[in-house]
Design a protein around this ligand. Sequence first.
Ligand code: UTP
Length: 303
Amino acid sequence: MVIKAVIPAAGMGTRFLPVTKSMPKEMLPIVDKPVIQFIVEEAARAGITDVLMITGRNKRALEDHFDRLPCLEEALEKKGETLRLAEVTRSSGLANIHYIRQGDPLGLGHAILLSRRHVGNEPFAVLLGDDLIDEEECLLEDLITVQKETGGSVVALMEVEPEQIGAYGCAAVRPVSGRDYVRITDLVEKPTAFEAPSNLAVIGRYVLSPAIFEVLETTAPGRGGEVQLTDALRTLTQTPEAGGGVFGVVYRGRRFDTGDKLNYIKAVVSLALERGDLGSELRKWLQENIDSSRPVPARAKHL
Ligand code: UTP
């Protein structure tokens, strides 16, 4: 049974500077809830009870968010604000949350390796702290099921346009007879469209065999001088006898990379439109203000 999850949240967030100079991008709000809470809620829905967060320089906001805040709770209770009180206490009861600090952001693979002692010798989930998956979908549950069936490592894949594949790890796959998952035969980190073996991109959900740790120990820094998780998984695709092989589940639902500005804005607008308290007013405002006949203001050219 998979009960532990690792959430790496120690990246530099350079695509979201300058705000990420003083706060982790995982704390960016989707209206009033930080991205990281959506991720921990998703893990809890899939049966995870133990979360290890890999944090970086700006860890305090993350820790505070999942901690109790007695003075605020008392104040809300006194005022009879029961709904707000429930929202405030909700984040601290989702799972047992532990933290490890990654001194230097030496890569996603390095961040995962730091969790070795905490995870031990059992399969575990990895959820990237900036990757938002639709709450209606059961992607993590599906990955856990496939891990149990195969005994290997399982990654979530998504079809992307050829010009986008260079932003992801890309998988070469072959079908598994009678199953709705695939076997991954090779992986390439951020390939050119020419190098890419498929249009299947690795996205931020994994259920990994503990065999990954042994491989990460000896994985040299790869692209960008960082220890890449994709490189370690690639080794597992070549040595199935060591780690049970690597499998992929193709996800077809909604996903937002909230570490990317445009994707973040899309996430905020999409989820706000679905809210009972904001949706209809926001829709009206958007309809009134999106006027394609209006010329782009001159100042926009300088941005
Ligand atoms: P990203 O590449 O999306 O994060 O890493 P980043 O490096 O913060 O992004 P940019 O490109 O500079 O904007 C994927 C995930 O891995 C974590 C990140 O926090 C993110 O959740 N990560 C990455 C670490 O925890 N440590 C690292 O050394 C690198």
